[in-house]
Design a protein around this ligand. Sequence first.
Ligand SMILES: Cc1ncc(COP(=O)(O)O)c(C=O)c1O
Length: 445
Amino acid sequence: MTLAERARRVIPGGVNSGQRSIPGLTDLVIARTEGSRFWDTTGREFTDYHAAFGPPLLGHNDPDVAAAVSAARASIGLTGVAVTEGEVTLAEQLVELVPSMEKVLLTSTGSEATFHALRLARAATGRRLVVKFQGCYHGWHDSVSLNVISAPERVGRPDPTSAGILPEVLAATLVLRFNDVAAVRQAFADHGPDIAAVILEPVPHNVGALLPTDAFLRALREECTKAGSVLVFDEVITGFRHALGGYQSLAGVTPDLTTLGKAIANGAPVGAIGGRADLMDLFSSRPGGPVFFAGTYNGHPDVVAAALATVRKLREEPVHEHVFRLGDRVRAGLAELYRTLDVPAVVTGYGSVFVSYFMSGPQPRSYDDLLANDTALFVGYRRRLVDQGVFELPLNLKRSHLSYAHTDADVDRLLEATETAVRHTLAEGGAEDLENATTMGGAVR
Ligand SMILES: Cc1ncc(COP(=O)(O)O)c(C=O)c1O
């Protein structure tokens, strides 16, 4: 029996997270990672642009991060009482770097951070409603588990990604179109006094990359301030990957709360929630705080050491310069390639993140625009890239990532492999078995 078969006998679906079981790749078992690469148990090598959905901005097993974790491990374990010097230093750095953060708390995952942000907002305002946007993902908890990658007929109404969510919880989340200022103004006109929080990915990367307009981010800030609602930027992907201060530092719009995760520790399991001190002081980490906050592994010394080493490297080395330059090269190269092949495509992204949508038209601004993407071509060319050892996730709309470990030679190879993959897909036809490759939570009806 193969390892993958053994896995399926004892692990539901054979994987430990919902979007890891990929149609056509169910026999894949990962053996090793290093830099920009991973290897499977049969010895096949892949250049990794999937990057675990985003954490390893420095590349896999970064030696400086690994050394910092080993040193921490040799001297300090988890005690579950008080605080450590590493936690203090990390919090000081986050407060210094991220414009909205006056105080910050650590979690183990991004989902915990967004969960706490919304519960805190409800507690602080005494209100019920949360606003999210179609296409944004904020983790697996009930208030935000809806309307991510929806089938066309599910856009414009509640589209839960999971069974088992109370209808009244779904009803307490309003889903709006991203970049739609009029819809935001209308939602506040209709429900302002009931809106506890507005949560968004400032760049919705869970559907590739929808770049926000300046007017949209400013309208959100304005309406939240006017109505007394809490504005939450979920920077779990954008934080550190696009800038050490998060996308907010680039956009010049400051939310009330910010959530971080993924790239802040280069792959170690960490999340963070920070923001206005008057809000953060409501958490029960401060004695008497009414909003319960706990977690056995919060601030684990290994993870804190990884985060501190990551911040140090991002501050001291030209990491962003490198990944932004490679990102520009990839986007320009892909756009040129599709022009040559005469394939309608929009190549977009930001910094180290890139994606090709197979559709014509201007830069997409909301999820509706992405419904024009040729899904069969998207999934089909991604599968053929994997066959060539270039790993971009073969699921609809998924973004790809560059790291400090990727090189110009990797980009050359990526462009060549993409040309082959797209040519073959056009000649032989796109993917047909799209059942589990196109939507998120598509089984919930
Ligand atoms: C924007 C965003 N927020 C929150 C989360 C949840 O983070 P985690 O998977 O660490 O719980 C994710 C995960 O992909 C994400 O992309």
